[in-house]
Design a protein around this ligand. Structure first.
Ligand code: LIP
Length: 268
């Protein structure tokens, strides 16, 4: 791949370090599936532990930078313009259920812009990374979004709201969206990790992805992956993406508009 910046190397090192314990934790969770109580508490502990390792490693290398983290929230750095945005386990429900589809997500935000991102599945050992202006890579191989141009050939990913996520009205809206997209596409997938969904769009595996109700740490790294792989990223209305807004629509350049139109039409 193109020369990695020192910051990207720092991110990758931190993720590899944290993955050692996380893989062990995942092995334990698999065992806990059969217990009555289930592995939920154990997983919360794994989440917190992974975040602590990532934070420790990143702080060692860049003591001035701040953080926005899923578990510990905001930690201001002495450098007001740079912070790491971290999701230690994106796809926690998969992790809990022993489904090996989850990832660490780390983004670097500088002066309000995401300038680097990595999404790392420690089980499949797939490491997706991107830096502003440098392209997107999967394990050192350049990746690009798909070039499909017709909705009826396209496979899209989404996230399905669930109990406790989204109001009754939002659940109904989602059902309309999925009805509209399934009627005009080759299929819809719900694998349970927005960070990996975005990475898969960047790699051309999915032709697009949409979801609402997300947090900045779910999507910060994935957004730069898709953009650097040549895809478009907006909110569902087609406006500039604000990480805090929680709604995201992304696809290759041919399909972003028709997918957006299909969704917006369905939401009316
Ligand atoms: C998950 C997202 C997923 C969404 C889940 C959840 P977490 O993040 O990546 O796409 O549908 O509800 O928010 O909670 O595992 O970090």
């Amino acid at each position: 791949m193109a020369l990695r910046s020192p910051n990207l190397n720092v991110m990758i090192r931190a993720a590899r370090e944290a993955s050692i314990k996380l893989k062990r934790d995942y092995g334990e969770v698999d065992q806990l599936q059969v217990s009555k109580k289930g592995p939920a508490d154990y997983v919360t502990a794994a989440d917190i532990r992974t975040e602590k390792i990532l934070r420790g490693e990143l702080t060692k290398a860049r003591p001035d930078y701040g953080f926005l983290m899923e578990e510990a929230g905001v930690v201001e750095g002495t450098d007001p313009d740079r912070r790491w945005i971290i999701d230690p386990i994106d796809g926690t429900t998969n992790f809990v259920h022993g489904i090996a589809h989850f990832a660490m997500s780390i983004a670097l935000q500088e002066h309000g812009r995401i300038t680097a991102g990595i999404v790392f599945n420690p089980i499949s050992e797939e490491l997706f990374c991107a830096e502003l202006g440098q392209g997107a890579y999967l394990n050192d191989r350049r990746i690009r979004v798909s070039s499909r141009g017709a909705m009826d050939n396209a496979v899209f990913a989404t996230g399905i709201p669930f109990m406790g996520r989204g109001s009754e009205g939002e659940h109904q809206t989602f059902l309309k969206e999925i009805g509209a997209v399934m009627a005009v596409s080759s299929g819809i997938r719900r694998f349970g990790s927005a960070a990996l969904d975005l990475a898969f769009v960047a790699a051309g595996r999915y032709d697009g992805f949409w979801e609402t109700g997300l947090q900045p740490w779910d999507i910060a790294a994935g957004v730069i992956l898709v953009r650097e792989a040549g895809g478009l990223v907006t909110d569902i209305q087609g406006r500039d993406l604000r990480l805090e807004a929680g709604s995201i629509l992304t696809a290759n350049r041919n399909l972003h508009q028709p997918l957006g139109q299909t969704l917006r039409q369905a939401r009316k």
